[in-house]
Design a protein around this ligand. Structure first.
Ligand SMILES: NC(=O)c1ccc[n+]([C@@H]2O[C@H](COP(=O)([O-])OP(=O)(O)OC[C@H]3O[C@@H](n4cnc5c(N)ncnc54)[C@H](OP(=O)(O)O)[C@@H]3O)[C@@H](O)[C@H]2O)c1
Length: 216
């Protein structure tokens, strides 16, 4: 089940690519900044496929603005999607996943770098990395692994024009839709490439290294 906010064309492209490869998939619109929408997405996913094996929390919003100029509305917009939305996605995943399941959260390598103008975005992602560390302990006994993956700059809809040239210099494999090619990124991060591919599918032992860098 693929969740999206407003871009149904892109979501349907993903569904088509899975179906073309022989899988089953559907897309559902859900605003994950609202708790009721998080639970509805899980309800619809369970209706479609039964109890879940894997949950990936990937949705995020970005705002680039000096901290001194950020409003309460800016704070709510970014934290409601990036932190609250992920927190309640993790809560539903913890309650609904089968034992032995897999939870993956997309953070960002930016949490280690602290760029100016990104206090809300990077703060919201820092919170998520801590949720992941705590939940990994709580679910370890059920054989459920919880990991964050932190990509470096990647050419997606989120990439802003002002960062494009600099980002391309920071990431050796910066180009559209590149970051899932974990082998390349792992080579630069010092992690084992197998780690990234294994996360959702292996029997995967619990590891204290729950937040994996996949940056350029
Ligand atoms: N691009 C980078 O350089 C980079 C680097 C490090 C980490 N990341 C992380 O990678 C993940 C994927 O981002 P991306 O780069 O692929 O950017 P993207 O193309 O802008 O994707 C963001 C996705 O989040 C969805 N979304 C946003 N707000 C939502 C909400 N309130 N409820 C439900 N869905 C919502 C969007 O849905 P719609 O398409 O329907 O609007 C979109 O599918 C994010 O967690 C991001 O922080 C990106």
């Amino acid at each position: 089940m693929i969740g999206f906010l407003k871009n149904d064309a892109r979501a349907n492209e993903v569904v088509k690519s899975i179906v073309d490869a022989g899988g089953k998939a559907a897309a559902v619109a859900a605003d994950l900044s609202r708790l009721g929408e998080v639970t509805r997405l899980f309800d619809e996913a369970e209706r479609a496929v039964g109890r879940l094996d894997i949950v990936a929390a990937n949705a995020a919003d970005i705002l680039v603005k000096p901290l001194a100029e950020c409003s309460e509305a800016d704070y709510d917009r970014i934290f409601n999607t990036n932190s609250k939305g992920v927190f309640f996605t993790l809560k539903e995943a913890a309650r609904r996943l089968k034992d032995g399941g897999r939870i993956l959260v997309t953070s960002t390598g930016g949490t280690k770098l602290f760029f100016p103008g990104q206090s809300l975005y990077l703060g919201s992602k820092g919170a998520v990395e801590q949720f992941v560390r705590c939940l990994s302990w709580e679910l370890g006994a059920r054989g459920i692994t919880v990991n964050a993956i932190s990509p470096g700059p990647t050419e997606t809809d989120m990439m802003q024009d002002r960062y494009r040239d600099k980002a391309a210099g920071m990431s050796p494999d910066f180009s559209r839709h590149q970051w899932p090619h974990a082998q390349e990124r792992a080579r630069y991060s010092g992690a084992s490439a197998a780690d990234f591919h294994r996360l959702p599918f292996s029997s995967g032992d619990w590891t204290p290294d729950t937040c994996r860098e996949a940056t350029g």
